[in-house]
Design a protein around this ligand. Structure first.
Ligand SMILES: [Zn+2]
Length: 70
């Protein structure tokens, strides 16, 4: 039955790896995903969520293109 024991150890180590990888992957996914941030329109002053990784965002209320610095 020693073979069964070794298999059990291998499996549990694999599971630990999966748990660790899953946790760090989840954090990474959150960071890499779109960086939505509330911005206020320069024209109508309303606040909307925009992807700040883009250089500009169109206001959904008045259609004004708001440009971001950098
Ligand atoms: Zn606007």
């Amino acid at each position: 039955m020693s073979e069964k024991n070794m298999k059990g150890i291998a499996l549990s180590m694999d599971d630990l790896d999966k748990i660790n990888g899953g946790l760090s992957q989840g954090k990474r996914t959150n960071r890499v995903s779109k960086q939505m941030m509330p911005v206020s329109c320069t024209k109508c002053k309303k606040t909307f969520d925009a992807d700040v990784q883009k250089s500009s965002a169109t206001c959904p209320f008045c259609g004004k293109i708001n440009k971001f610095m950098g």
